[in-house]
Design a protein around this ligand. Sequence first.
Ligand SMILES: [Zn+2]
Length: 246
Amino acid sequence: MNQITVTGMVLSTAPISEYDRRVVILTKEQGKISAFAKGARRQNSPLVGAVNPFSFGEFTLYAGRNSYTIQSVRIQNYFAELREDIIGAYYGFYFLEFTIYFTKEANDEREMLKLLYQTLKALTNTKIPNRLIRYIFELKALCFNGEGPQVFQCVCCGDKERSAVFSPQKGGLVCSECDRDVIDGICLNNSTLYSMQYIETSKIEHLYTFVVKENVLDELGRVMERYRDIYIDKRFKSLEILETLL
Ligand SMILES: [Zn+2]
């Protein structure tokens, strides 16, 4: 029998026929996969509690010719705290939807899986504002996708000394010698720039170890919004719902 065990997180589930579910899982071993959870909608199925969004653990799958079928699951973390925190949960759903959009099948997605796990863990930590978690996640995910902004030197000439503005359209900093045709330049607060530099270079496990002042958080929000508008060509349903809740 063609059985494999993978470690991963459930990104989404959808009902199929009367008793089954189709589950999308981001795995360490196979990138993003779809799998059938047969009988998962029956009350007494062992899969009932296991194949929900945010479930992280080991999935034993039967690999058919065209599809996977989940045989058993050993959950290590449900992120149960998010069930009692509707705002936190919607931030979480947004991170899952974002991950579905940014990951591929049969691709090495270990970094994204690690980022998602640490990000959900950060959501359960009340000391870090949800907005900051969101901007950190978005910026780091864009970097993994090769679309992170240049925040260390001028994108045009590589200069690191001259004063510079941040241009979402140009993809990062533009120095005072090269900024003639920049129309969307933002003069960044030093702390905002430093935060972005830290997020881009930090290891995933060290990402959620700082907080910023309210004005820096606001500026980071404005920068990320303009940057997202240019580089992400997708409307996220969960984000629209989240924005109505805030
Ligand atoms: Zn320059």
